[in-house]
Design a protein around this ligand. Sequence first.
Ligand SMILES: *Cc1c(COP(=O)(O)O)cnc(C)c1O
Length: 420
Amino acid sequence: MNYFEYREGEMYAEDAKISDIAESVGTPFYLYSSASLAYQYNQFKDAFGDLDLLLCYAVKANTNQAVIKTLADLGAGADVVSEGEMRRALTAGVPPTKIVYSGVAKTVREMTFALKQGIYQFNVESEPELYQLSEVAENLGKTADITFRVNPDVDAKTHAKISTGKSENKFGVPWKATRELCALAAKLPGINLVGLDLHIGSQITELEPFEAAFTRITSLVETLREDGNDISRVDLGGGLGIPYEGDDFPPLPKEYAEMVRRVMSHLNCQIIIEPGRFLVGNAGILVSQVVYVKKGEEREFLIIDAAMNDLVRPSMYDAYHGIVPLKESDADSVLYDVVGPVCETGDTFATNRLITPMKSGEYLAIRSVGAYGAVMSSTYNTRPLIPEVLVKNDEFAVVRPRPSYDDIIGLDQLAPWLSE
Ligand SMILES: *Cc1c(COP(=O)(O)O)cnc(C)c1O
């Protein structure tokens, strides 16, 4: 389902006219659709049917309180990778009993905070982390429910920077070492082993890598049970891809869930999934205004008021994002390079892109930016972080305001010897 569509030549988000929001909020800004979030969430929920499922939204994809709350109200838990994210999830109303905690570098401080909150599980990624967690838990008089994040050594066939399940990646424990680590975990006082976990990468567009990894983890669970371990949960991570270009169709949650059922329903484990991008990616657009149309010697540039500091995916991952004017046009499309104001050639959103002719002052939308968009933004070039806006039906609300220049500059302090 697409909740950003033209109606009589003007693009709407649900029932709200986007150019009206742009006039009110000022560009650039992120715009999210509540209905899209709910639709994506329900696809996963429905796909798993009667299986015992805990869906933990990977909040790193989009940590806005309003986004987390929208999903939490639907029943989502949270997958977090830092104390900050844990605090965000808790503040947005996610119960601690639905929070799972991943990450290779959990610190004593973070472990302590998580144990005091009583989170659902730690996904442990190494032997030193296991010892550390046991010690912290014991000192607090608690036991930590843990899974081991297994590195299944499969190729997720995605961009190298977001591939996490190969043996050369820093994530998880080698699958061949899992059995031994579980035996160790059984002896540690602060640890209660409850399951296994994996996460092989992001923007995965085929089922095969998932199936290879899930098959491996299923047989590991069988082995561990034979060894006498009480394994009741399997956490499958996130990673299901979304369409960015019109012509690629990643597997749907329905197909993914059918495969999960086929591979591991006989284990009778609780299944935890940690989707991030799938829930929020296509629920967001970035609205920007054309500042200048510049004719270069060989190319025509649409210079817009959004930049790589607002959305880094094109320069960081060579990511493709659809770009469309808010006003529909019958004119023949022309080739543009769409670029931002930042002083780097990498500040390019698209090259040689067919778009209907645009003039300075007109608005456009960069699509599919709900995931890894706002969260990865920075104030490079002293550009204030851009607002985030949430739409529901015909209503909209600013869910993160634009900071002032004083806000940004005021974060710096002079050293004592400079402040006479
Ligand atoms: C990033 C991450 C996710 C979410 O990945 P998506 O591709 O956004 O679904 C889930 N689990 C872990 C451990 C992650 O690091």
